[in-house]
Design a protein around this ligand. Structure first.
Ligand code: GLN
Length: 487
């Protein structure tokens, strides 16, 4: 009766007094506990909440929050050993707003350590499993947020997206992942990874719910200087606007049919053909969709540029994790020894590798060649996409070249083509463009997502386009119906 319901349906049950807010919360937490051993979505499950009275649409709606958002009095680890006992003394703006709206926090979700990574396998509390197939990853870094929505535990969850960290796991989890324009939602209280790329993003089971939650979270915040002024529009109000004549492009070198005609990867082939079938359906509905070509050198530089910029910023942002103010104190006789030992013990290999890269990139003698060149590449890409947005309303592509990978799969396919298809969504972070993933097909019973990205501040239009495409997929409000529980 509760599981798998979207926000509107739960709202209805509450308003008709079929169920109380307390009962809804209880059902959500019992599901969270039931699935925890098998799927590991949560670092912390909360068993009690004070439910605030509010006339907001989110009043009494349960949700989950990624464990890199500060919550006063509630353990917040960023899934890292270096913060394994950290209890913050202040609330993130997002959490504050949801509390004020009366939404009920069910738990803090597992991420790839410090939000770096895309597998959901590097948290200090273990790997997150994909609800559609336990032997597969859900992807990351917002792995737990995507998994608990895909399991039907909560109708929405909050994540963060620096490269694709909500939109990628959303694709592998068969749910919606929406990253609004840079600055649309305050990041105050979100642990900084790469500040010029970090966004708050939303996991939900349909486009309307993503719009509804964004409406509540958006707005200027003096505590995050990049936040945008509210435009006094509601994104839920324009979801049904007519899209006839709206123009989309896809990049040939990302997902062109001919570009992939020689591939012998059968799943990839299916992703590309089903994607183009979906484009035809969109055309029938009134969209104009065209192929454009972008310099391959520029696209090949996407991922390395992302790594240079994000590792440099991450190294600097995380320099405060010394074991002095937060987390377990290191042992040693000098301050250097104490910090050295805390960081050696506290970070996994993957994080250390990124900090070594970041430090190297920021070294005075390397800055011009690595960091500043990466920034130039970013500018060239953003300029190119912005120029295309003068003619087109959005860019469309599959989220990845396949279904969710198995845990033992090792990617040896480091070809330029593969790296482009797997990482093109970082363009959304480079430009701060609004960008949304929705499920569009199932391959071997596993969901695959498509992504739509649009002009800065065009959040309403991107949600409108996504909702219209969602109607064509037949995959709205899906969740993985695993487990023997019926609440
Ligand atoms: N997978 C990307 C990375 O490893 C994205 C991470 C993110 O968006 N937080 O950096």
């Amino acid at each position: 009766m509760y599981r798998g319901k979207n926000i509107t349906k739960i709202r209805e049950l509450l308003d008709k007094k079929v169920i109380t807010k307390e009962e809804v919360f209880e059902k959500a937490t019992s599901l969270a506990h039931y699935f925890q051993d098998e799927y590991n979505s949560f670092v912390t499950i909360l068993d009690k909440v004070k439910i605030k009275d509010s006339d907001s649409l989110l009043s009494g709606i349960p949700y989950a929050l990624k464990d890199n958002f500060s919550t006063r009095g509630i353990l917040t680890t960023a899934s890292s050993n270096i913060l394994k006992d950290y209890v913050p003394v202040y609330d993130a703006t997002v959490y504050k707003k949801l509390k004020k709206a009366g939404a009920t926090l069910v738990g803090k979700t597992v991420l790839d350590e410090l939000a770096m990574g895309g597998t959901g396998t590097t948290a200090h509390t273990g790997v997150v499993r994909n609800p559609w197939d336990k032997e597969r990853m859900i992807g990351g870094s917002s792995a737990g947020s995507a998994a608990c929505v895909a399991l039907g535990i909560v109708p929405f969850a909050i994540g963060s997206d620096t490269g694709d960290s909500v939109r990628k796991p959303a694709g592998f989890g068969g749910i919606v992942g929406f990253k609004p324009t840079y600055g649309r939602i305050s990041r105050y209280g979100l642990f900084a990874f790469a500040s010029s790329l970090d966004h708050v993003a939303i996991c939900s089971r349909n486009v309307r719910d993503a719009a509804l939650v964004t409406d509540i979270l958006k707005g200027q915040d003096p505590l995050d200087m990049v936040t945008l002024k509210s435009e006094n529009v509601k994104y839920v109000d324009t979801l049904n606007d007519d899209i006839k004549g709206k123009k989309l492009f896809y990049i040939k070198e990302v997902c062109g049919k001919d570009f992939y005609k020689d591939t012998n990867d059968l799943v990839l082939k299916k992703v590309i053909t089903t994607f183009h079938d979906m484009l035809d359906k969109c055309r029938d509905k009134g969209f104009i969709i065209e192929e454009v070509s972008i310099d391959m050198d520029l696209l090949t530089a996407l991922y390395p540029a992302y790594m240079c910029i994000s590792c440099a910023e991450a190294t600097s942002n995380n320099a405060n994790l010394t074991g002095i103010q937060f987390g377990p104190r290191g042992v040693g006789n000098t301050i250097e020894e104490i910090i050295f030992n805390a960081r050696t013990e506290g970070f996994s290999e993957l994080i250390k590798r990124r900090f070594v890269l970041g430090s190297y990139i920021l070294q005075k003698e390397n800055q011009e060649k690595l960091y500043l060149n990466a920034c130039r590449v970013r500018r060239l890409i953003v300029d190119k996409i912005t120029e295309l947005f003068e003619e087109y309303d959005g860019m469309i592509a599959p989220c990845s070249g396949g279904v969710a990978p198995t845990f033992d799969s090792r990617s040896e396919k480091l070809s330029a083509r593969y790296l482009i298809l797997e990482n093109h969504m970082v363009m959304g972070n480079f430009g701060g463009f609004p960008s949304i993933t929705i499920p569009y097909t199932m391959i071997d019973k596993l969901p695959v997502g498509l992504n739509i990205t649009g002009r800065v501040k065009d959040d309403a239009l991107i949600l409108n386009i996504a909702q219209k495409i969602e109607e064509l997929t037949g995959l709205k409000d899906i969740y993985a119906k695993v487990g023997e529980i019926d609440v």
